[in-house]
Design a protein around this ligand. Structure first.
Ligand code: UDP
Ligand code: MG
Length: 326
């Protein structure tokens, strides 16, 4: 489009955020004025069912730095981020929540670190306001378990709020898996990563778009796309059970041939059957999680379908990062 490429792209996924968009617009205007760099703001409308798209069209009509990419339906938060990273034209790309939980002002600190030579600057939450203790506890537990399970180093207490330099963006664009855990993928890519600490405020308005059901699915995607430890767990547990079963068999034989009171074994039998049956079901379930994901990956469908755009060509500008001035 324009010859002038922005230095910084902000990517904001939007799903039913009509209550937030007017305030977001004000805060972004303030931010852009303070930033002092050529910037673009790329809103990814993830199939909102409220007036979000209408509002985005409205604010983008008078602001050429605002661009909107609108999906044909809801594809999910991680996919929306992915599309934003695909279409962003800046030298550095910042992904942030639209609900102002990731304050734009922190981006100034991220840009400063990027200028110092870091490729990734992620926001690490010092405090989180306005979230249920259940969400905080489960999130904290998940990240610690996740970090212990996977061989790459992932920062604790971070979400998707981060700045990525061009090398990282180019690398990330090449990862086209269907089940996406973007924060893990960025860690996987590597390069020089650092953090900025911030207090995470509560949502400005509206409700979380991550109910428990989605959080569980997201956690499973994270674990299964970075680790096969759960599968190996089946092997280890199988070994353990085999060893235990040798003991049980010995006890059963003794009971029959030495002590001659076989009927007494009923309780033990029921416990053993229940134990083995549930362990087997659990393991089949784990297998199923992986097999299902293999199935979805082999279909090789595009990750998202673009319905509409504003101030943005429908085709991705793939060399946007290559011929831009440094
Ligand atoms: N979001 C999205 N698609 C979805 C769910 C969420 O684009 O299917 C967006 C949402 O509009 C917000 C960001 O992703 O900008 C994070 O969602 P939310 O703030 O509800 O999550 P939380 O901060 O509560 O974990
Ligand atoms: Mg939020």
């Amino acid at each position: 489009m324009s010859a002038q490429r922005p230095t910084l792209s902000l990517v904001l996924p939007i799903y039913n955020e009509e209550d937030v968009i007017p305030e977001l617009h004000l805060r972004l205007q303030e931010f852009l004025a303070r930033l002092g760099l050529a910037a673009e703001v790329l809103f990814v409308n993830d199939g909102s069912r409220d007036r979000s798209m209408e509002l985005l069209r409205g604010i983008a009509a008078q602001e050429p730095r605002y661009r909107v990419l609108s999906f044909a339906r809801n594809f999910g938060h991680q996919t929306a981020i992915t599309a934003g990273v695909d279409y962003a034209r800046g030298q550095a790309v910042v992904v942030m929540d639209a609900d102002l939980q990731d304050p734009p002002e922190i981006v100034l600190e991220m840009v400063a670190k990027w200028r110092q030579g870091f490729d990734v600057v992620y926001g690490r939450r010092r405090k989180r306001v306005g979230e249920t203790w259940f969400k905080l506890a489960t999130a904290s537990l998940f990240y610690r378990v996740f970090a212990a399970m996977i061989p790459i180093e992932v920062p604790l207490d971070t979400g998707d709020f981060r700045l990525m330099g061009r090398r990282v963006v180019v690398a990330l664009r090449a990862l086209r898996e269907t089940h996406r855990f973007v924060r893990g993928m960025v860690a996987w890519v590597g390069f020089k990563q650092t953090e900025v600490l911030y207090d995470r405020p509560g949502r400005f308005a509206g409700e979380t778009k991550y109910p428990l059901r989605k959080m569980v699915r997201f956690a499973l995607d994270g674990i299964t796309s970075f680790s096969i430890l759960p599968l190996r767990f089946a092997t280890y547990l199988g070994m353990l059970m085999s060893i235990a079963s040798v003991g049980v068999i010995a006890w059963a034989l003794l009971a029959k041939f030495v002590f001659h009171h076989v009927v007494q074994g009923w309780t033990g039998l029921i416990i053993a059957v229940a134990m083995f049956a549930s362990v087997q079901l659990l393991m089949i379930g784990i297998l199923g999680e992986y097999v299902g994901r293999i199935y979805e990956e082999v279909k090789r469908r595009p990750l998202y379908i673009v319905g509409d755009t504003v101030n943005l060509p429908r085709e991705r500008d793939d060399d946007a990062l290559d011929d831009a001035p440094a």
